[in-house]
Ligand binder design. Structure first.
Ligand SMILES: [Zn+2]
Length: 366
C-alpha cells in the first residue's frame, strides 16, 4: 500500500501530488473530472487537481476543503504517516505498577491490588493507557484522579484516595470496555500497643539489650506496617522484669515436652510478667529454644498468641525480626519458598524482606 507523509493542497508539488493525481484519475468518473478529461499527472497541485480533490471528497462524504490530509489519503487507499496521523495503539496492555516499593501494592495477584488508608491516599503508575478513561467503581469507597501531567515523567500516575473502609476497583476503560482493573482495599488504621520487657532471672541470667533501643525498633516496625497494612505500632511500655527462678542458660518453651512439670514451664513463667492490656508483649531473653534440642541454637524468637520471647542472638535487624514476630501475632504463619524471601513473613531471620502482600495485609488488618 502506498504511503504519504504530509498533507497537500493547491500549490503543493512533488511525488505525492503525482500519486494523488493518478488515484483521482482512477477513482473519480471521467465525466466528473474537470472538462471531462483525465488530470495531467505532473506532480503540480493546480486548480484542476483541486477541483478533482473536492469532487472526490464530496463523493466520499468527507469535508470538502481541497486539503488532502489523513482522511482523504485514507479514502484514496493511502496510509498517512505524517503529522496528525491517528496515534498507533499502545505497544502493550494497560498495566498498573507500584510507585514505590513497600507501599501497599501487590502486583503478583490478578487483578493487582493496592492498600489505601482511609482518609489517606496512594499513588500508582498506570502504563500504556495514555488515552484511556480511568474510573472508580465505587467513589464512596475510593476516588481516582490523575497526577497533573507536569509532575509526571514518562507515563501516567494516579492518586487514589480512601473514603470509607471497603473494597472497590479502579477500572481502565477503552470506550465501554474495561481493559484493566486495580483492586483497592481501603483500610482503617489499626493500632497495636506493644509492651517490651527486658528479662532477668534469679541466677543473674539477663538480656544484653536495653530500653534505649526500643524506639528505633518501633520506628522500623512502623516503616513496614503503616504504608502496607495501615497498622500503627506504639510503645506502651519498655521495662525490666525479673523472674524469680533460675531459668538456666537457655529459656525453653517446654510445656509441650513430656515429663516437664508445670512449675518448670519457662514460657509460662516469663510471659506471666507481661502486660495484660498490651496487644503484643515482647520478652527479651539471653537465649531461647522451643524444640527438644535446646543446645542447638536454631530458634531466634517464638510467638504464641500475643506473647513473643526474643533472644539476644535473633539476627542483626532487630526491628525487622520484631515486625515479623508481630506478623505472627496478627495471624500470618511463616513462608519458606525461594520466591518468598522478599516477604516480611519469610521464615528465616536476616534473609527476609519487608514486603506485606495482599493476603497478609488482609489477615493482619481485615
Ligand atoms: Zn516466623
Amino acid at each position: 500500500m502506498a504511503t504519504a507523509n504530509r498533507m497537500i493542497q493547491k500549490g503543493s508539488t512533488g511525488a505525492d501530488v503525482k500519486l494523488l493525481q493518478g488515484l483521482l484519475n482512477q477513482k473519480v468518473p471521467l465525466a466528473k473530472l474537470p472538462q471531462g478529461k483525465k488530470l495531467v499527472e505532473d506532480g503540480i497541485f493546480g486548480s484542476k487537481t483541486d477541483a478533482a480533490t473536492r469532487t472526490f471528497q464530496q463523493m466520499k462524504g468527507l469535508k470538502v476543503d481541497g486539503i488532502v490530509g489523513p482522511k482523504t489519503w485514507g479514502a484514496l487507499g493511502v496510509t498517512y504517516t505524517g503529522p496528525g496521523a491517528t496515534p498507533t495503539p499502545p505497544a502493550g496492555k494497560p498495566k498498573f505498577e507500584e510507585k514505590k516499593p513497600k507501599d501497599g501494592f501487590d502486583g503478583a495477584v490478578n487483578p493487582p491490588w493496592q492498600m489505601v488508608p482511609m482518609s489517606g491516599q496512594k499513588t500508582v503508575i498506570l502504563k500504556n493507557a495514555a488515552n484511556l478513561t480511568v474510573v472508580s467503581r465505587n467513589p464512596g469507597i475510593a476516588t481516582v484522579e490523575d497526577v497533573p501531567k507536569c509532575f509526571v515523567h514518562g507515563g501516567r500516575e494516579l492518586i487514589i484516595k480512601g473514603r470509607t473502609k471497603g473494597t472497590t476497583w479502579i477500572d481502565v476503560k477503552d470506550g465501554a470496555i474495561t481493559v484493566a482493573s486495580l483492586e483497592v482495599a481501603v483500610k482503617t488504621k489499626k493500632t497495636i500497643q506493644v509492651s517490651f520487657h527486658l528479662v532477668e532471672d534469679s541466677a543473674g541470667h539477663k538480656t544484653s539489650r536495653n530500653t534505649g533501643s526500643v524506639d528505633g525498633w518501633v520506628r522500623t516496625m512502623n516503616d513496614i506496617f503503616l504504608p502496607q497494612a495501615n497498622i500503627q505500632v506504639t510503645k506502651k511500655r519498655a521495662i525490666s522484669v525479673k523472674v524469680n527462678k533460675d531459668l538456666g542458660t537457655v529459656v525453653r518453651f517446654s510445656s509441650h515436652l513430656a515429663g516437664v512439670p508445670a512449675s518448670e514451664h519457662e514460657w509460662d513463667l516469663v510471659t506471666a510478667k507481661g502486660d495484660a492490656a498490651a496487644d503484643f508483649n515482647v520478652f527479651f531473653v539471653w537465649e531461647y529454644e522451643q524444640d527438644i534440642n535446646p543446645n542447638h541454637d536454631d530458634t531466634d524468637a517464638g510467638t504464641l498468641g500475643k506473647n513473643c520471647i526474643f533472644e539476644d542472638h535473633a539476627g542483626t535487624n532487630v526491628g525487622d525480626t520484631l515486625a515479623h514476630e508481630l506478623g505472627h501475632t496478627l495471624g500470618v504463619n511463616d513462608f519458606y519458598g525461594a520466591t518468598e524471601k522478599p516477604l516480611l513473613m519469610y521464615g528465616i531471620t536476616d534473609q527476609r524482606g519487608q514486603k506485606i502482600p495482599k493476603a497478609h495485609a488482609n489477615t493482619m488488618n481485615p
